[in-house]
Design a protein around this ligand. Sequence first.
Ligand code: PEP
Ligand code: MN
Length: 337
Amino acid sequence: MIIKMRAEATKDEIDHVVERIEECGYQAHVIRGTERTIIGAIGNHTHGNELEALRAARGVEEVIPILHPFKLVSRELRQFGTVVEVGKVRIGVGSQVVMAGPCSVESREQLMETALAVRAAGADMLRGGAYKPRTSPYDFQGLGVQALELLKEASDKTGLPIVTEIMSTDDVDVVAEYADMLQIGARNMQNFALLRRLARVNRPLLLKRGPWATIKEWLLAAEYLLNGGNHRVVLCERGIKSFETETRNTLDLSAVALVKELSHLPVIADPSHSTGRRSLVPAMSKAAFAAGADGLLIEVHPCPERALSDGPQSMDLPGFARLMADLGKTTPYQAAA
Ligand code: PEP
Ligand code: MN
């Protein structure tokens, strides 16, 4: 339920409503706007009627049910878009943030060369996989802690915040120690034990959409994170399974536009995993921004043909620089660097 307070409601009246919500067994989420306070009552709807009775409480203007099954992520509760900060980078409300870097961290040379090049091209954040979810157990699985150390070193050198994937509840402490933002990969979107644990981590999260997941399931996965206490969540559309085999996945840009309507959370797009083809990344990057994406996640490798994972979809360094210039992300200073 949403309890909309009158513009002139006093602190005591607001406190009283919060107390009643908690007495009824719900969590109260107080959202103070410039004009009025809105209180979200979130929980099992066993006492719905008691909440409706709050219409009669002093200072209350309206009591409105939240229609969607997702509540805290819903725009019904928060009308204005959320901005998630990762270091100095602000994601949301039309930011055009670019996170770029290799699929996997493979060596110091590979990572440093990529980090310096993507920064020079105007990227805002560095991505790189330390723990890799691979379809086959015989494929490269990532360098683990060694990769985290290299990412930290690259971040210190370039000033770019790091985003990297977390695959297991066992690794939360170590990944959170090195990374500025933790990525929940597509395959783990409904790993509820991991979601519950990450809800308690003091780091912003990037939640990828599962390739099989509906928009509702994706937003409910995000609801786990907010409900557990972590409100710093960015969503990432990375392509869904369809009958098409020419592309690796099908980039669902209507989901980007729709999620912007349904939720206040920032949404970015991943043109690399969704297409699986380097040649399509520029067009899909522009399309994603046109659809309202707040950012992009792009795989970049100094020598894609030698990449240990996802070479065919990785941009080389000059290709990435051209794309960034095309997107208007490269400042004249950066272009000259
Ligand atoms: C990745 O970002 O490298 C990755 C494995 O992505 P996804 O979870 O979308 O497949
Ligand atoms: Mn990859």
